[in-house]
Design a protein around this ligand. Structure first.
Ligand code: UDX
Length: 423
């Protein structure tokens, strides 16, 4: 099939590369010409496992990037993968998807045959039907008999995005149009997963509810973890017993510093905003965010109990990314912890295997180290904030510290005298 993807960010680039790997010919459209050039040179502008190899095996053959929206006319299916960043009030900013829909509509004016437009961006329920559809139809001068619309959410995790694309738990196809749904379903030919066919709005809600539920599991585990800490028991032992219940399952019950990233905080806030607009009081969802905002301070409280005055003290921070295997620091809980340390006059020495550069943009005032050993040298305490597996190998490196105050926010350390944030 000939597929065009609008938006060369995380979701767009991973989807484009994977669709090419499934045997389709793919055009990736992005207005950022530097990004287009980098992609056409096989250099993905984001760090993601396996993506570089996969991209370089397809680019220039069955995958090409361009800034020319007109090129989508030669495709059968267009997937919209542009960003929907949060607005200050927590709602989703739909301006990028609106302008992309208008440009897609303009391009489709020239198209004679049937075309399908599928939304893959995370959008509030109702967006595909009430914004994307009317905008594309208006700018194309066509009606819905000529263009079909689908909502096809993604569930990709950063760091595992290629694997998640190729091995999804389900493929959700929301549409009122069978032909359009069939077109999208055939694009996933070769992937073995249950197909969920539903309506446009339900498909949008499946995405939000899935992320909100995963975030709820994490905040629940952290709250239980805080109680376990007071009881002097290990929340991981507790959650092992809890997770064996098949109705609960053991995934996303890892207590720690809380959730970050470009999805959970944004999607839960957008859902809260949507519920309020619908006059539904989102008590539970608000608490999920409240627990997540407070949790990072728990590790600071523990530190202040162990090191009374941290002014001018060297505090090593291991882990800046919002999770392992990514250089992404968006909504990383590390930011809140480091700001709390800096505001108390601490000298922060930070190390992250991938995210030093991206965090330096946000927090230029702290020291960035090339290794964990460098950060630990003469440190008065260390806080582990991201679940990088390499931190699990640290042992004699802690001997470099001035005083051995070791606090683990992500259950990655194996040394016996590490204190856990909630274990
Ligand atoms: C998430 C969803 O998993 C994915 O399906 C969706 O498409 C996009 O949002 P991502 O943001 O990449 O993916 O990260 P994820 O692996 O889900 O982790 C999110 C945050 O939760 C991280 O900060 C992680 O450290 C934290 N987390 C995760 C926990 O604190 N405990 C857990 O048990 C799992």
């Amino acid at each position: 099939m000939r597929i065009s993807i609008v938006g060369g960010g995380y979701v767009g680039l991973v989807s484009a590369t994977c669709f090419a790997d499934l045997g389709h010919s793919v055009i990736l459209i992005d207005i950022d010409e530097d990004k287009v050039d980098a992609i056409n040179c096989g250099k993905p502008p984001i760090y993601e496992k396996c993506l570089m190899e996969l991209l370089s095996s397809h680019v220039g053959r069955d995958l090409r990037a361009t800034s020319d929206y007109g090129s989508l006319v030669s495709s059968d299916l267009t997937l919209i993968c542009v960003g929907t960043p949060p607005l200050p009030d927590g709602s989703a900013d739909l301006s990028i998807i609106e302008s992309a829909s208008a440009l897609i509509g303009c391009a489709l004016k020239e198209k004679e045959t049937y075309h399908v437009v599928a939304v893959k961006s995370t959008v509030p329920p109702g967006t595909t039907q009430n914004l994307v559809m009317p905008t594309v139809l208006k700018h194309s001068g066509k009606n819905a008999s000529k263009i079909g619309f689908v909502m096809n959410p993604e569930f990709l995790r950063e760091g595992l995005a290629v694997q998640d694309f190729m091995n999804p738990d389900r493929i959700v196809i929301g549409s009122s149009n069978e032909l359009a749904s069939d077109t999208v379903e055939s694009a996933y030919r070769g992937i073995d997963a249950p197909i969920v066919r539903t309506g446009l709005i339900a498909a949008e809600m499946i995405k939000y509810a899935s992320n909100a539920f995963l975030a709820t599991k994490i905040s629940f585990s952290n709250e239980i973890g805080n109680v376990c800490k007071k009881l002097g028991i290990d929340v991981y032992e507790v959650m092992k017993g809890v997770g064996l219940d098949h109705r609960i399952n053991p995934y996303f019950l890892n207590a720690g510093l809380g959730f970050g990233g470009s999805c959970f905080p944004k999607d839960v806030s957008a859902l809260i905003h949507l519920a309020e607009r619908m006059n539904v009081n989102p008590v539970l969802l608000r608490s999920v965010i409240e627990v997540n905002e407070q949790q990072p301070m728990k590790i600071v409280e523990i530190l202040l109990k162990r090191v009374e005055d941290i002014k001018d003290k060297r505090i090593a921070v291991l882990g800046l990314a919002f999770k392992n295997d990514t250089d992404d620091v968006r909504e990383s809980r590390s930011v809140l912890v480091i700001m709390a340390l800096v505001s108390r006059g601490a000298l922060v020495a930070a190390y992250d295997p991938k995210a030093n550069v991206s965090m330096r943009v946000i927090l230029p005032e702290i020291e960035y180290c090339e290794s964990a050993s460098q950060a630990l040298t003469d440190a008065d305490a260390v806080l582990v904030l991201t679940e990088w597996s390499e931190f699990g190998d640290l042992d004699k490196e802690f001997d470099l510290m001035r005083s051995r105050v070791i606090i683990d926010g992500r259950r990655v350390l194996s040394c016996k005298d590490a204190e856990g944030i909630c274990w």
